[in-house]
Design a protein around this ligand. Sequence first.
Ligand code: BGC
Length: 587
Amino acid sequence: MIRDPQSILWLNFAVGVVSGAGWYWYQQRNSSEPLKKSVLSLASKESESFRNGSASASTSSLYSNTENETSFQAALQSAVIDAASIKVDMGVENSCLPKENDVLLASSSKSHADNGQASVLSQVNDAFQLSTAKLHNLVRAFIAEYEKGLLAENHTLKMLPSFAKRPCGSETGTYIALDLGGTNLRVCEVQLEGNGQIRSSGQKFTVPESLKKGKGDDLFDFIADCVSQFINVRNLSKESKLHAGFSFSFSCRQTSLQDGYLLLWHKGYECDDVLNKNVVELVNEAFERKSVGVRVVALVNDAVATLLSSAYVNPECCIGVILGTGTNAAYVEDLDRIPKLKTHEHNASQTTPEIPYSPLRNVGVPPSPINPPTRTMVINTEWGAFDNRRVILPVTSYDYQLDRTSSSPGIQIFEKMVGGMFLGELCRLIFLDLVKAGELFNGIVPASLEVSCNFLTAYMSRIGRDHTDELMDTKLVLEGLLDIQKTTTLDRQIVKRVCALVGIRAARLAACAIAALVIKINKLSGCTVAVDGTLYEFYPHFRSHIRDALSELLGISADKISLVSSKDGSATGSAVAAAIAASLIPA
Ligand code: BGC
């Protein structure tokens, strides 16, 4: 008989998770097919009606209280995870946008009101707002998906073992850190001084677009050239090779901390010959070709690196999040709760016999008082792929359109609703609809808005920071940078409103994924979440929208979740990984 309250709580939680996972599975297998079909057909009808500006009830009926959604919610309701004391308030709508916007909606919908039709702006407004109830449902679905991904390979959420363990903060040494992201390669020299102290300085190189779509060797040669330049300028060359950590912001199946096979490119990269290849081997071969005295000894995903970097200085940190061009998270998991690892270990020893260590021996650092000898491993969730089937995410016609025209249709749907690479484009698609409906720019489509990806997420940040009465900085963006002739104050208010809708939705979705992770690892009593990425760093109020949503979801427990900015964590964390790996390599 279990009497200890901690265990009872844990048992409740486990039952909740299992029943949540069961319901979600059940829904996907049974009810979700008709639901999905109806969502898809509504979405395609909606897409059509949005296109010709004749949509009326379709958007709102798609996203608020359709019969299907009600039954889906009811089913998920029964999987309530009591142990986490999640507040469920199905009735509360959280408008999350200021009241003056109501005036804006009223003025822009005047002509539509005359013929009894909702304006496109008000439909967009409805479709992009996420009520607290919707957030709760997403959290439950996230928890269920995290659990499924840990069970076996090939689930939508890959939950990839990283073979890295939380550092203890006493690792020392100087390492080269490489961080390849969507736009830049960062090369840093990182000194781990022990006692959680890190010193780092580095240089950023822009990856030429041509290399993102060419041959893998050219891309890796470019990386080798940048590293060569970096170590030469700083006089870092030594007789023995410098050890490097490689933070790679693409999903890789790792078989050890030193080996990772690329699963897929996105964010504009298409070097197909790299797929399924060991990225560490490729970069080390390029170093050989170019006679660069550096050897990569650890490969980590950027979310994993962000976690490692922060955990090095703060033992409370157990989640690392990327909110930048793309989005992802990593967290510390008990080895016992990763059933698929056993299969993984088996496969790894079969496919990579040259690896000198069994993967599980490659996990870890020596135990210390702040790092007790628990058996844990950092998991790379790859949460950007959440709900690729679009069963529960509030996907709008604009999201469908963006996905269809992207370089990777059908995948990374969550990332396409949250990642900085996509938010500006979503706004552009909405603007075009508003113009065609005669609600923006006097009904004349500006040439610059016809070019895809021409409305940058950086413009959204600028517009979000514009609090002047006449929105003068917004005017500069629209008229100066985008060459749109003579915008009115109302035009600019509408543009600002659309940006806010898209940005706030992204922050609230990210909050769901974070809340679900915190609940999953039973850390409502307190933990630190390290966040790196330009969206989090620069997008105005993004953090406070995440915080607000966390409070709606977790009540007072949200106050115990500390979100810390981990600037450049994705680079420095790869050096921490290199230190961990170096300690595992026999002298
Ligand atoms: C990739 C992840 C990465 C994230 C953030 C996603 O597109 O799949 O591996 O962590 O972007 O950079």
